[in-house]
Design a protein. Structure first.
Length: 384
C-alpha cells in the first residue's frame, strides 16, 4: 500500500511540464485509444481461465469498488482532474467523476477479483440481459504480480524487487495530492513559483498577472488545493520546479483520460458523459450497428479535415470534408492543419517506449510533432 505523505519538499525527479493539448499533438483519436487501453486495464487477460467463454464473464456477482484515498484526498484529486480536462472542454473530467475511477484503480487489489480487467462479452447497454462488464476477471499469478508492482510498488519486498525498488501509483498519488495542499497553503504566505511570469504568459495570458496576484491576495491561508480558484490551481500544476507535483501530473493525466472516456464499469464516465462528448456510441453488441449506421456517412466533424484521402471519396470528397470541418468550427475560408501520421507499427513502438509516462510519450513523439520548418507534409501508410 502507499506510504504516508512526506512533508512536501520537492523531490529529485526530473521536472516535467503539463500540456492539456497533448492528445491532439499525439495524433488524435488513434493515439488516444492506444494510450488509454493499458491505463484503464481494458486489455485481454492472459490468464488460463480466460480461454473459456464462461470464464470471460467473471464471477456470478458484480465486482464491488473499493477506495484507497481518504475523503480529503479524493476532494483534492477531483480538483486536479477538473484542471486536467477542464469544464471548458464540456463536460470535463469532474462531471465524469474520473477521480472515482482513479481511486478504484488504486484500490484494485482490495476487492476480489481485482478491479483490472472487466469481463465480457457484453454490457447491458445494447440488448443483453446482464452487464458482464461489471464482473471482473480473476488474474493469474504473473498478472497479479505485474499489476501489484504498478499500483502498490515493490514496498521493499524481495519477491518484488528483482529489478530494484519501484514506487507504485498509490505512493505517487498520496505524496502528490499532499503536496498540492501544501503548495496551496504556501500561496497565501507569498511563496509563489519562481517562474511565475513565464507560467502566466504561457498558460494564463487570458487571465493576466494582475488577476492572478489579486486572487493570491484574497486567500485566507487555510485553503487546500480544492478550495483554490482555477487559475491558482493551474499556477501550481504548471510549475516545472516542483518535481513531486509534476510526478503526480505525469501519471494523473493519462489516468484522467481513462476515467473520463473509458467504460463506466471502471468507475468513471458517469452517465456516459465522456462518450457523449466524443459522439461515441459505446459498445453496441449484441444489438450491433444498424444498416443506416453502416452505409451512410456521419456528418462532418471538426477533425474530419485531418483524415487522409483514403477515408473520403477521393481528393474531391476530402476537400469537401475539410471545408465542412472548417465551417463546423467557425473558421472562415481555408484551414491549414499540418499533420504527420506515423505508420501504426512506429506509433505502437513509441507508446510502448513511453512506459505509461506522459512526459516520456511527449518526448518520444517530439520528432513527429516538431519537424523541420521546411518539411513537406505527406501521408504515410503501412501497406499499399
Amino acid at each position: 500500500m502507499g506510504t504516508d505523505p512526506e512533508s512536501g519538499a520537492p523531490g529529485d525527479e526530473t521536472p516535467r511540464s503539463l500540456s492539456r493539448r497533448v492528445v491532439l499533438q499525439c495524433g488524435g483519436v488513434v493515439c488516444l485509444q492506444a494510450w488509454l487501453l493499458p491505463m484503464a486495464g481494458c486489455g485481454t487477460s492472459t490468464a488460463p481461465a480466460a480461454a473459456s467463454g464462461s470464464a470471460l464473464r467473471g464471477p456470478e456477482k458484480a465486482t464491488p469498488f473499493a477506495r484507497f484515498l481518504t475523503a480529503s484526498e479524493r476532494a483534492t484529486l477531483r480538483a486536479l482532474v477538473d484542471r486536467l480536462i477542464p469544464a471548458d472542454l464540456t463536460p470535463g473530467a469532474a462531471v465524469a467523476e474520473a477521480e472515482n475511477a482513479i481511486d478504484a484503480f488504486l484500490a484494485a487489489f482490495l476487492t476480489d477479483p481485482p478491479l483490472i480487467y472487466a469481463g465480457g462479452p457484453f454490457s447491458d447497454r445494447a440488448g443483453a440481459a446482464d452487464n458482464d462488464f461489471e464482473r471482473f476477471i480473476p488474474l493469474d499469478a504473473y498478472e497479479a504480480l505485474a499489476w501489484r508492482l504498478v499500483i502498490e510498488g515493490s514496498q521493499g519486498l524481495p519477491e518484488r524487487e528483482f529489478n530494484g525498488p519501484i514506487k507504485g501509483l498509490q505512493q505517487i498519488y498520496r505524496e502528490g495530492l499532499a503536496r498540492l495542499d501544501v503548495r496551496a497553503q504556501q500561496l497565501a504566505t507569498g511563496i509563489l513559483p519562481a517562474a511565475l511570469g513565464d507560467i502566466v504568459a504561457a498558460q494564463l495570458a487570458d487571465i493576466g498577472l494582475d488577476t492572478v496576484l489579486a486572487q493570491v491576495d484574497a486567500l485566507a491561508g487555510n485553503e487546500g488545493f480544492a478550495d483554490l480558484p482555477a487559475p491558482l490551481r493551474d499556477l501550481i500544476l504548471f510549475d516545472p520546479s516542483d518535481a513531486t507535483v509534476q510526478a503526480l501530473v505525469d501519471v494523473a493525466f493519462p489516468d484522467t483520460l481513462a476515467g473520463t472516456y473509458g467504460p463506466p464499469e471502471y468507475g468513471g464516465n458517469r452517465d456516459l458523459v465522456g462518450w457523449t462528448l466524443a459522439d461515441f456510441d459505446g459498445d453496441v453488441q449484441p444489438r450491433g450497428y444498424s444498416d443506416d449506421a453502416v452505409v451512410n456517412a456521419d456528418q462532418p466533424g471538426p477533425f474530419d479535415s485531418l483524415l487522409p484521402p483514403s477515408y473520403g471519396r477521393g481528393a474531391e470528397g476530402t476537400a469537401a470534408t475539410a471545408r465542412a470541418g472548417a465551417s463546423h468550427t467557425g473558421v472562415a475560408d481555408v484551414v491549414t492543419l499540418p499533420l504527420v501520421v506515423a505508420p501504426s507499427e512506429s506509433l505502437a513502438a513509441i507508446i510502448l517506449d513511453a512506459g505509461g509516462s506522459l512526459t516520456a510519450l511527449k518526448r518520444c513523439l517530439a520528432p513527429w510533432t516538431t519537424p523541420p520548418a521546411d518539411a513537406i507534409w505527406t501521408w504515410s501508410a503501412d501497406h499499399a
